[in-house]
Design a protein around this ligand. Structure first.
Ligand SMILES: C[S@@+](CC[C@H](N)C(=O)[O-])C[C@H]1O[C@@H](n2cnc3c(N)ncnc32)[C@H](O)[C@@H]1O
Length: 265
């Protein structure tokens, strides 16, 4: 089985760039690295969040770590012009070994794909000096709620979570972040929920974000089809459900992700 839910196609790499842009107002609402200087980003992917960090915090030097050479290659292209503020390392975050210490860390949409998230956080902590600031942002797929009557979409998401668990991932890891951070020795751990809640009061936001959601869910379809977690009929139902969601002003769409903030004693 493919051990990465979304794969590494050019289409997926492009989706990650667009995702970072569209979600930035939520993801970066509370992120403050204004007093940090050397940031470690684990699971930096194609550099989509890195770009957000570089532009928001112009004094930061960022070390991008990803276990995929394909993602790092794309990140280097996407971040041309910022070379003096960047380092790139191909490493598994669970075995992180860098001869350097950092005063900030950022991990986004990554722990859900890591079979040993505790180990990654423990290694991350080893690389941070006292006083460091850490932000983790992760999915909580069990919070997904659509109504009335979106059986296809519900089934697809349930299958996606089942497949992700099967390959060692954690579709609900957001809700675990508090425990994980405390267990791995981080201090001052705080968690907040943010996300999407559309009903007839929010039809404009719904129109804005539904295409993003459709692309996000579709990005797993190749693997779900290949490994028997989805068939062409279910994909048609999902497509129809998205159309219905867009048109039905009574539709309710709800999803929450979790952002954790912590420091090092
Ligand atoms: C969904 S992408 C998110 C990328 C980026 N944080 C963003 O928000 O655009 C997850 C990334 O984590 C990387 N990854 C997964 N497991 C990893 C591990 N154990 N160590 C390092 N990187 C990992 C994948 O290669 C992928 O690039």
């Amino acid at each position: 089985m493919d051990s990465y839910l979304h794969g590494f196609s050019a289409e997926e790499q492009n989706r990650l760039q667009e995702q970072a842009d569209i979600l930035a107002p939520m993801v970066f609402k509370r992120v403050d690295f204004s007093t940090s200087t050397k940031l470690l980003e684990v699971g930096s992917g194609v550099g989509a969040q890195t770009l957000q960090l570089l532009t928001r915090f112009p004094h930061l030097h960022i070390t991008c770590v990803d276990r995929s050479s394909k993602q790092l290659k794309e990140a280097k292209k996407a971040l041309i012009g910022f070379e003096s503020r960047l380092s790139f390392l191909e490493q598994d975050g669970c075995k992180l070994a860098i001869d350097e210490r950092f005063d900030a860390a950022f991990v986004c949409w990554t722990l859900e794909h890591v079979s040993e998230p505790r180990q990654l956080l423990a290694r991350l902590r080893e690389h941070l000096i006292p006083g460091s600031k850490v932000y983790l942002t992760e999915v909580f797929n069990a919070s997904f709620y659509v109504s009335p009557g979106y059986d296809g979409l519900e089934k697809y998401l349930a299958n996606m979570s089942a497949y992700q668990k099967k390959i060692g991932g954690h579709p609900d890891i957001g809700i675990e972040l508090g425990n994980l951070l405390v267990e791995t020795g981080f201090a001052n751990v705080e968690t907040v929920f943010d996300g999407f809640y559309f009903d007839k009061r929010k039809t404009e936001s719904k129109k804005k974000y539904l295409p993003y959601w459709k692309e996000l869910l579709k990005s797993a379809s190749h693997n779900l089809l290949n490994f028997g977690y989805c068939d062409s009929q279910l994909l048609i139902e999902v497509e129809n459900d998205f159309e219905k969601l867009a048109e039905d002003e009574n539709a309710i769409f709800f999803y929450q992700f979790v952002q954790a903030k912590a420091t090092i004693h």
